[in-house]
Design a protein around this ligand. Structure first.
Ligand SMILES: Cc1ncc(COP(=O)(O)O)c(C=O)c1O
Length: 580
């Protein structure tokens, strides 16, 4: 037994009472005796007295009352040992963070050997998740130590599955944002999906506005895609040799994107962006890359780089493991800031291989390009002999059949696609003019390859999806549905008197909890993420599945009905009350 029912109930009460501050406490044992010692967080007082020594950041949210530390020491002197050390994560998931790890270890050794660490996720004065961790001295990691059953009154299949998954998969998920860390609680494990709905392992249904993060423009499991994949699978799942269908998909892409005279299929958006950059470097013989702060282009080393403050700056890696020397080749600028682009190219233009941009940003939440922003990028890159890369992994076949380049009338040198062109299976593509793409092996000296590139199932799913979109009528419907979702969010916020800025381009939108406008990442970051977390859970409780982060897009699909959108609007009107 890690913890008694009474102790658990008391910890939950404490976590809620101290919300939105972090709470902490200890269970000590001596033989069969147990003592529960809630501790006081005096960070607020310390910060008010001395903000330099006690800064108020996410990593410095806790400072224990020295009197409590003294009491704990006395109990240890009397022969008690630390059995459970708990703390809460307000508006964040129940996970063992790097900060938690740093605080649990002293010079790499466990400060309280044998202790179990309990983390409580609290959102909007509700305990959303609990998880226990123990130190594995051999592997030198904190491992999940419960089976998701700590809170026996609320057993859930998702909770059990997460606890099991965390033992074998980092964080229990295969892509970080799925872990709900920025909204708290714990991810729903999905059992199946159809149309606009998905069902979790506990049998709860949700109207889905994530759509697998963008690919599912037709909704889940559309008949045409399922049939195409089934038929393809019966002919073999992979050959490692060329097929007619790959040529057909490349031809369809080229027809819709005149800038892509030649196309190479890969297996993900990450690969597409990484490869396009290699081609740009190969074609220009230059090394520097320019990207915009808050734009995401997959997780290749050169692209995991954020802006420093103010103007152009040499890149700082966003992830450990990215060599600083490599990150230094990536320069970052604020989105929508033409002046900054001009200045940077004036200073470094002859060393810049390419500028890569999400023509409608989707990864800082949706941020449309300012009028003429994309045209200015075209003009400046041309002037300096650098290539312009549009990363249309999200926007391709989403904001228009011909993507953002059709919508805004700007022709890039290279384009990256993904998501929709795979119809929910793993695909990416990059392409451009013949002169540039001639650089790619086996024609040219830029190497790029893939065992499963152009996979027959993925290509079949992509072709079926593009066929369903090609008469372009779909886009008026997608736009109308997007507008309906936007109205629902707007009305809910207006009624509640909350600031909300809804940015939308067709069927992709984000409601930022701030007064706005939101034109770049700095402005996006003024959004109240704690409020989003509360709103998010309010929506989830009402059967509406949004992205578990303020800085993501919501997507509508052709499978959504007017009723679905009305349901979402009603849910928003009710959920927003809890978010205030
Ligand atoms: C604009 C953009 N580029 C690239 C990627 C990377 O694609 P993938 O996750 O398929 O590797 C993403 C993923 O969300 C994206 O949104």
């Amino acid at each position: 037994m890690l913890i008694t029912a009474e102790e658990l109930a008391s910890i939950k009460r404490q976590a809620v009472a101290e919300y939105p501050n972090e709470c902490c406490g200890v269970i000590l044992v001596r033989g069969t005796e147990r003592r529960h010692m809630p501790c006081r967080n005096v960070q607020d007082q310390m910060h008010a007295r001395d903000p330099m020594t006690f800064p108020r950041t996410a990593r410095n949210a806790y400072y224990m009352d020295p009197l409590d530390a003294l009491r704990l020491n006395r109990l240890v002197d009397e022969g008690f040992a630390f059995a459970v050390i708990y703390h809460s994560h307000p508006n964040a998931g129940a996970y063992f963070s790097e900060t938690d790890r740093a605080q649990a270890l002293i010079k790499g050794e466990l400060a309280y050997p044998g202790a179990t660490y309990l983390v409580v996720s609290v959102v909007g004065r509700e305990v959303r998740a609990l998880a226990a961790y123990q130190w594995n001295a051999d592997r030198r990691v904190f491992e999940r130590a419960d089976d998701g059953d700590l809170d026996a009154k609320e057993p859930s299949a998702s909770r059990r599955l997460l606890a099991a998954a965390e033992r074998r998969i980092p964080g229990g998920v295969n892509s970080p944002v799925r872990a709900f860390r920025s909204v708290g609680g714990e991810p729903r494990f999905v059992a199946r999906a159809e149309g606009a709905r998905l069902w979790d392992e506990d049998g709860r249904a949700y109207i889905d506005f994530v759509g697998s993060w963008g690919p599912l423009v037709l909704g889940h499991a559309p008949r045409a895609v399922v049939d195409a994949v089934t038929t393809a699978a019966q002919r073999g799942t992979s050959y490692g040799a060329p097929t007619a269908a790959e040529g057909e998909l490349a031809a369809r892409i080229a027809a819709a994107y005149p800038s892509m005279e030649m196309v190479r299929l890969v297996s993900s958006g990450t690969e597409a962006a990484m490869s396009a950059i290699r081609v740009a470097r190969g074609a220009t013989g230059r090394d520097l890359l320019v990207k915009f702060d808050g734009c995401y282009h997959g997780h290749a080393d050169s692209l995991l780089v954020k802006a420093g403050s103010g103007g152009a700056t040499f890149g700082i890696p966003d992830s450990r493991g990215v060599p600083p020397a490599l990150a230094a080749l990536t320069l970052t600028l604020p989105f929508n800031d033409v002046g900054a682009v001009r200045d940077l190219f004036a200073a470094r233009g002859s060393d810049i291989a390419a500028l890569i941009v999400e023509p409608v940003a989707g990864n800082m939440g949706v941020v449309p390009p300012a009028p003429n922003f994309l045209a200015a990028l075209r003009e400046i890159t041309t002037q300096h002999g650098a290539l312009l890369i549009f990363d249309e992994v999200i926007t391709g076949f989403r904001v228009a059949y011909g993507g953002a380049q059709e919508l805004y009338g700007v022709r890039p040198d290279l384009t990256c696609l993904g998501k929709i062109i795979g119809g929910g299976l793993p695909v990416g593509a990059y392409g451009g003019g013949r002169d540039v793409m001639d650089q790619v092996a086996p024609l040219g000296a830029v190497y790029q390859a893939g065992t499963l590139s152009g996979n027959p199932l993925a290509v079949a799913a992509g072709l079926a999806t593009l066929k369903a979109l090609e008469d372009r009528k779909a886009y008026a419907r997608l736009d109308a549905l997007g507008a309906q979702l936007q109205r629902g969010l707007r009305d809910a916020a207006d009624k509640a008197g909350l600031p909300l800025t809804v940015n939308r381009v067709g069927s992709m939108l984000t409601g930022f909890f701030c007064a706005g406008p939101v034109r770049d990442y700095a402005e996006a970051k003024t959004a109240d993420t704690a409020r989003y977390a509360r709103f998010y859970h309010g929506m989830l409780d009402r059967g509406v599945y949004l992205a578990p982060s303020q800085f993501e897009a919501a997507f509508v699909s052709l499978a959504h009905t007017d009723d679905d959108l009305e349901h979402a609007a009603r849910a928003a009107a009710n959920a927003i009350g809890a978010a205030v």
